[in-house]
Design a protein around this ligand. Structure first.
Ligand code: ADE
Ligand code: ZN
Length: 334
C-alpha cells in the first residue's frame, strides 16, 4: 500500500501556501529580512506546534508569516512547496493565499501575488505541475476589509480563479460575508469557503446557500446531519478534507475516528488534502498514508480520492480528462 500511495497521481485542492512555511525556511527568511522570531532553533519551532484547537494553531501561523516580506520570499515559499508536490506525485494543485495577513503588515498585494505566480509558472514548465490560485478572506476581520481586499485583487483577476473564506470559524459565520461573496461572483470569481471544520452543519448549509460555493473546505461536520449528507452526495458537492489537520487540531481525537471513509462510501465527493503541511506534520503522501493506515480502504477507494479531486478541480474538461487518464493508466499498470 505504501508503494501504491507513493506512486498514485494526486491533486491537491486545500493548501494554504503560508501553511507550507517549514521552520528551516522561516529561520532563513527571518535572518535574510532581519525579522525577530520568538524561537531560537527549528526544534523549538516544531515543539511549539502542539495545538489543542484551530485558534491555538492560527495564533502561531499568523506569527510565522511575518518573515515573508519580499517577492522573492513568496517565490521561495511556493517553490519549496512545489518541490514537495513533485516528490509526492501531485500533478495539479489549487492553493490558497491570505492577502490580508500581508497587506495589513504593509506588504503590497502585487508583491505577494507576483512571487507566488512566478513559482507556479516555473512549476508548470520545470515540474509539469499545473495550478490555480485562490484568494481567502480572513473571517475574523470585518466585511469592509474583505471588500477592500476584493478590490485590490481586481487587477490580478486573470491569476486568481476563486475567493475563499478561512481563519476562525466560530463566531464568524458565512452570513458575515454574503455581500462580499455576491460581489465576487459578479466579478466572475468562483467561490469556496471553510465550513464545518470546527463549526456546525448549519455553517455548511449557510455557506452553500449564502455564498454559492463550488466546494466546501473541510465540511466534516456534515456527518452530524443525515439530510445534509444526502444532499451533498446527490449534488456531488466536493469536500476538501484534511486528515492530518483534523487530528492535529483535535477535530478528531485519532485518525481511526475520522469519518472520511464513511463519507466516501456514502457517495460524497470527498478529497484528501494537506491544509498547512509544515504545521500539521505532512504533505499529500503523508495524508493518504495516515488515512490508509488507520482506516480500511482499498486501492480503488484511495484512487477515488484523486478522481474526486479531479472532478472538483477548477480546470477545463480537457485537463480533467488528461488527469483522469493518468490515474487510469497508473491503475492499469499495477
Ligand atoms: N487558515 C489556515 N489553515 C486554516 C484552517 N485549517 N482553518 C481555517 N483557517 C485556516
Ligand atoms: Zn484550510
Amino acid at each position: 500500500m505504501t508503494d501504491f500511495i507513493a506512486g498514485l497521481p494526486k491533486v491537491e485542492l486545500h493548501l494554504h501556501i503560508e501553511g507550507s512555511l517549514e521552520p528551516e525556511l522561516m529561520f532563513e527568511l527571518a535572518q535574510r529580512n532581519q525579522v525577530a522570531i520568538p524561537f531560537d532553533s527549528t526544534e523549538a519551532v516544531r515543539a511549539a506546534y502542539d495545538f489543542h484547537n484551530l485558534q491555538s494553531f492560527l495564533d502561531i501561523y499568523y506569527q510565522g508569516a511575518n518573515v515573508l516580506i519580499h517577492e522573492q520570499d513568496f517565490f521561495d515559499l511556493t517553490w519549496a512547496y512545489l518541490l514537495r508536490c513533485a516528490q509526492d506525485n501531485v500533478i495539479h494543485t489549487e492553493i490558497f493565499f491570505d492577502p490580508q495577513t500581508h497587506t495589513d503588515r504593509g506588504i503590497e498585494f502585487a508583491t505577494v501575488v507576483n512571487g507566488i505566480c512566478r513559482a507556479l509558472e516555473q512549476g508548470r514548465t520545470e515540474l509539469g505541475i499545473s495550478s490555480q490560485l485562490i484568494m481567502c478572506f480572513l473571517r475574523h476581520l470585518d466585511e469592509e476589509a474583505a471588500f477592500h481586499t476584493l478590490e485590490m485583487a481586481l487587477p490580478f483577476k486573470d491569476k486568481i480563479v476563486a475567493v475563499g473564506l478561512d481563519s476562525s470559524e466560530q463566531g464568524n459565520p458565512p452570513q458575515k460575508f454574503a455581500r462580499v461573496f455576491a460581489r465576487a461572483l459578479e466579478y466572475g470569481f468562483l467561490t469556496v469557503a471553510h465550513a464545518g471544520e470546527e463549526g456546525t452543519p448549519q455553517n455548511i448549509r449557510d455557506a452553500l446557500s449564502l455564498l454559492s460555493i463550488s466546494r466546501v473546505d473541510h465540511g466534516v461536520a456534515c456527518a452530524g446531519d443525515e439530510a445534509l449528507m444526502d444532499e451533498l452526495a446527490q449534488n456531488r458537492m466536493p469536500l476538501t478534507v484534511c486528515p492530518l489537520s483534523n487530528t492535529k487540531l483535535k477535530v478528531f481525537e485519532r485518525m481511526e475516528d475520522h469519518n472520511i471513509a464513511m463519507l466516501l462510501r456514502r457517495g460524497l465527493c470527498v478529497t484528501i488534502n494537506s491544509d498547512d503541511p509544515a504545521y500539521f506534520g505532512g504533505y499529500m503522501t503523508d495524508n493518504f498514508s495516515a488515512v490508509a493506515n488507520a482506516l480500511p480502504l482499498s486501492e480503488a477507494e484511495l484512487a477515488q480520492f484523486t478522481l474526486n479531486a479531479i472532478e472538483a478541480s477548477f480546470v477545463d474538461a480537457t485537463s480533467k480528462a488528461e488527469m483522469t487518464a493518468r490515474v487510469q493508466a497508473y491503475l492499469a499498470a499495477r
